[in-house]
Design a protein around this ligand. Structure first.
Ligand SMILES: NC(=O)c1ccc[n+]([C@@H]2O[C@H](COP(=O)([O-])OP(=O)(O)OC[C@H]3O[C@@H](n4cnc5c(N)ncnc54)[C@H](OP(=O)(O)O)[C@@H]3O)[C@@H](O)[C@H]2O)c1
Length: 520
């Protein structure tokens, strides 16, 4: 290795230094980075950078510690913690300040600073000191720009004029980076810098949430994901998603742990509350195991949102919170005005009634909370969700479909089924669309089990299917009640859904890849 290809970066876990380390590694440098504690989770992002495994060595060193420093010398925020200058911009956008001083600002993109540091390091002509500034404007100018870019955000209401001496104000107007530019330095537009700095947030890493995290990351969001154990291999798929190394931070949080939830929510503009216990085939959950976490979890997440002044909350409910209503007129499709009747649910049999009850109660709680909250709350009620999965562990609703096609059932109840694809477009749509209000039913296909079976048989004639159907034995009006479910409100917002064939086909590929489905 060339001697000049090995460099040391002090304080390498910080805001600017992290970008510098990233650029150095991508150009083939071997980097010795000093940090105060290489094992501290806040330095984890460095280890995930491209080429870090081969070319980055972290040294424990304090600036007061000459011995440690000397051993290291021998050879859009990347870090998870918010730094001081980013916090200033975030407070501007999140309504964290009521008024501001109208004064001169000088701004530069953190990536452009890292470029400048590399440029002066690599260019032999570089001598002396270099000013590194891209945009000079006053607070009012910045505010106008931000308002145009994000018309729906909360901004400070007024500006106060700077009270210092006029000549001091004048002195601060001009700052030239000409010397650096003549060395070849180029900088990003202010719009690009601002746009890449806005953050968002998500809760949990299961079947539906994994798709949501994937889509959020691909759209440039910074995502805080809560999982019960970030080191559990069942969450590895999240770390491998595109942009995850840079923009996904996993937090350890149980729904009962308010402190953990609130540190994950801190600094986020929006929250998707997805986590909830879901009974799994063969492992039914009790009333206590289903209702308590669903309700306490929702309360904790909403309180954390309130404390962190989150602006938008999307809560994942379920069609189960809609369909069980014996009083709904028989000839009218069920829409968002229809709520499952909790008394009625208690009178039914089977463990799913506790899940249905939990979803109904938690959705009601979320919408009640929104009446006294500054945050916009939108709830989404998906029907039975199927489609390809990103996580390796089979989830409850995919298991239902799998049993259909593996001969896992001898007979099948000819019941009404409501199906929707797992890919989380509806959740993103209601989050990003400012018109979205209240609750949304999210269902694409309503059909009877025997019709679904015919479709599957046509698509996969070599598979094993249940041999017979049992007809519905319950009350006829209960069967009738469950027939119609309308997603018109969501479609009016622009939601489009996949064909049932595409969803089933992609599920089959995913089952085969994961080894759940032996070849016929
Ligand atoms: N799949 C469907 O058919 C369907 C339909 C309508 C609505 N929904 C709703 O969609 C959401 C996601 O469901 P899914 O199908 O994606 O199921 P899933 O894969 O089982 O996801 C549920 C997630 O909730 C987490 N969770 C459960 N209890 C928790 C607790 N006490 N603390 C922290 N996290 C906890 C689970 O974490 P662990 O992995 O650590 O247990 C898991 O990540 C749920 O709210 C569900 O009610 C699902």
């Amino acid at each position: 290795m060339e001697e000049n290809q090995r460099v040391c970066v002090t304080g390498s876990g910080g805001y600017i230094a992290s970008w510098l380390v990233k650029f150095l590694l991508s150009r083939g440098y071997t980097v010795h980075g000093t940090v105060r504690d290489p094992c501290d989770g806040k330095n984890e992002h460095l280890k995930k950078l491209d080429y870090a495994a081969e070319n980055l060595k972290l040294f424990k060193a304090d600036l007061f510690d000459y011995e440690a420093l000397s051993s290291a010398f021998s050879g859009p925020r990347l870090q998870s913690k918010l730094n001081s200058s980013s916090l200033g911009l975030l407070k501007f956008i999140k309504g964290g300040i009521n008024s501001f001083l109208s004064e001169q600002l000088y701004l530069v993109d953190v990536r452009d600073v890292a470029d400048a540091l590399l440029l002066v390091y690599e260019n032999q002509e570089a001598k002396g000191r270099y000013i590194c500034n891209s945009h000079s404007l006053d607070n009012n100018g910045l505010m106008e720009k931000l308002k145009k870019m994000y018309p729906n955000h909360n901004f400070p209401e007024s500006s106060a004029e700077e009270k210092g001496k006029e000549e001091v104000k004048e002195d601060r107007l001009r700052l030239s980076s000409e010397k650096l530019q003549s060395l070849g330095w180029k900088f990003r537009s202010l719009e690009e810098t601002i746009d890449d700095s806005v953050v968002s947030f998500e809760v949990a890493g299961g079947y539906i949430a994994s798709w949501l995290v994937k889509f959020l990351l691909s759209r440039g969001y910074t995502v805080h994901g809560t999982v019960r154990d970030p080191c559990d291999e069942k969450n590895e798929h999240l770390k491998k998603l595109d942009n995850a190394a840079k923009n996904l931070k996993l937090f350890k949080a149980d729904l009962f742990d308010y402190e953990a939830l609130s540190s994950a929510v801190f600094g986020c503009y929006g929250v998707f509350h997805v986590a909830c216990p879901v009974p799994f085939e063969g492992v039914p959950l009790t009333e206590e195991e289903l209702i308590k976490p669903a309700l306490t979890g929702t309360k904790n997440v909403l309180e954390a949102c309130s404390e962190a002044k989150v602006k938008k909350v999307v809560v994942v409910s379920s069609a189960a919170a809609v369909v069980y209503n014996p009083k709904w007129p028989k000839d009218v499709a069920k829409d968002e005005d229809c709520w499952s009747d909790t008394q009625y649910l208690r009178s039914l049999e089977g463990y799913w009634r506790y899940y249905d009850l939990a979803k109904t109660l938690m959705e009601r709680e979320a919408l009640e909370w929104s009446k006294n909250s500054l945050a916009d709350v939108v709830t989404v009620c998906p029907s039975i969700t199927i489609g390809p999965r990103l996580q390796y562990k089979l989830n409850s609703s995919s298991m239902g479909l799998l049993k259909f096609i593996t001969g896992g059932m001898k007979t099948l109840l000819n019941d009404q089924v409501y199906l929707v694809d797992v890919r989380a477009d509806a959740l993103l749509l209601v989050y990003e669309n400012q018109e979205a209000k209240g609750r949304y039913i999210c269902n694409s296909h309503s059909l009877q089990s025997n019709a679904l079976m015919e479709k599957l048989k046509n698509m996969y004639p070599n598979r094993n299917f249940p041999e017979s159907f049992t007809e519905w034995k319950g009350k006829e009006e209960v069967k009738e009640e469950r027939l119609r479910l309308s997603s018109e409100k969501l479609q009016n917002l622009g939601w489009k859904f996949r064909s049932l064939e595409e969803t089933i086909d992609d599920s089959m590929v995913s089952f085969e890849v994961a080894g759940d489905l032996p070849k016929p």
